[in-house]
Write a protein that binds this ligand. Structure first.
Ligand code: PMP
Length: 373
């Protein structure tokens, strides 16, 4: 999955057209931010035209609507992929992005799977850093808030027919965000609906790529969960009802295993889950700490039920850019209620992990994962 170095756009070609003073938007109150409702004053765009030799020059422009041909492939066959990462304003006032090179690698992997053009990730990071520095006043000053970065790549060929798009548009928009979950969810934990009639990914599919087409079919199921008063969907797979992901988070189980030892378990990267950057970071930190066993292996609902009945399930939590780490306290499965003791411990590992990740992201500690813009 390597990218041909000559088939890329370059930061050194970046052109910048700033918004006029009257185009600048007022900044919302931090308490009203929510998630993905407000956008900054500028955006980044790069077009790709096969007929013109591939990638064109990257441009920063005022934030504006897109103009697309009604036959554009993205609008019919969902030729689309995206990324999600965050910039954090540190305690020293510096702005840092968390492990952006991993998002670039994942974005290129999604592009390959979508038949869309790949690019040099470092060049896009440099363009994004410039965009953030232009809109730096939009990076919230309050901890628990951050600037969400949404790189997007779409196929824009103005022709019907399921075929490679010879033209594409890569763009990046920025959205100041508050905490993804409401405060009480962090203190009470989130509740999940596990319904084995639904699955979000399957072997040979593309559930391990961040393509928009993976997300549209989840909305109806999420609505069912909401109607039952539950917050997220626990995605199961297979006859043995493997836990794969929770909403748009990877999932972690902390338990006392059959040998009587503490073990942190997360499902393996077997094509059924998105390779989360938070997941990777948690695995790396937990292995470095070397205080308990850390494994990537299958977890089934039967195992969860057994661990619970034997009081050996300690914590269940989700992990992702939006929430960082989110404790899970309840699962509804086959009309049965399962209460999880995730929040019943004095020093749960989900809290320790959250603290360490935040310390890196907000610059309390120096760490190579935090990439100053
Ligand atoms: N799973 C899914 C389905 C997701 O959409 C996300 C969010 N990107 C994640 C897991 C978590 O990934 P990350 O830690 O890179 O945000």
């Amino acid at each position: 999955e390597t990218v041909q170095p000559d088939r890329t756009f370059k930061y050194s070609d970046l052109s910048v057209r700033l918004a006029a003073p009257h185009q600048l938007q007022p900044k919302p109150n931090v308490s009203e931010l929510g998630f993905g409702k407000y956008f900054t004053d500028h955006m980044l765009k790069v077009f790709y035209y096969e007929a013109l030799g591939g990638w064109q020059i990257p441009e920063i422009t005022p934030f504006e609507n897109l103009v697309l041909h009604p036959a554009a492939k993205v609008l019919h066959y969902a030729v689309e992929l995206f990324e999600g990462m965050k910039a954090y304003r540190g305690i020293d006032g510096k702005i840092r992005v968390f492990r952006p090179e991993m998002n670039m690698d994942r974005m290129n992997a999604s592009a390959l799977r979508s038949g869309l053009p790949t690019f040099n990730g470092m060049e896009l990071i440099k363009c994004i850093n410039r965009l953030i520095s232009i809109d730096q006043e939009w990076v919230p000053h309050l901890e628990a808030s951050s600037l969400y970065i949404r790189p997007t790549l779409i196929g824009i060929d103005p022709t019907l027919g399921v075929a490679t798009s010879d033209s594409a548009m890569l763009y990046v928009i920025l959205s100041p965000v508050g905490s993804y979950f409401k405060h009480h969810e962090m203190n009470q934990g989130v509740s999940l609906l596990a319904d084995p009639r639904y699955t979000r990914a399957w072997p040979g599919g593309c559930g391990d790529r961040k393509m928009g087409s993976n997300y549209a079919p989840t909305i109806h199921v999420q609505k069912e969960a909401t109607e039952k008063g539950l917050q997220q969907v626990l995605w199961l797979y297979g006859e043995d009802r493997q836990l794969t992901e929770a909403g748009t988070m990877n999932i972690f189980l902390f338990c006392i295993n059959d040998q009587g030892d503490k073990e942190l378990i997360t499902p393996p990267l077997n094509g059924l889950i998105l390779p989360g950057i938070t997941r990777n970071s948690i695995l790396t930190l937990a292995k470095e700490w070397n205080q308990f066993k850390v494994s990537e292996r299958k977890i089934t609902m039967a195992e969860v039920c057994q661990l619970l009945s034997e009081n050996r399930l300690l914590e269940l939590f989700g992990a992702g850019t939006a929430c960082i780490v989110s404790p899970i306290s309840f699962i509804e499965y086959m009309d049965q209620s399962f209460y999880l003791p995730t929040l019943d411990h004095t020093e749960p590992i989900f809290r320790t992990l959250l603290k360490h990740l935040k310390e890196i992201q907000y610059g309390y500690v120096d760490h190579p994962w935090a990439f100053p813009i």
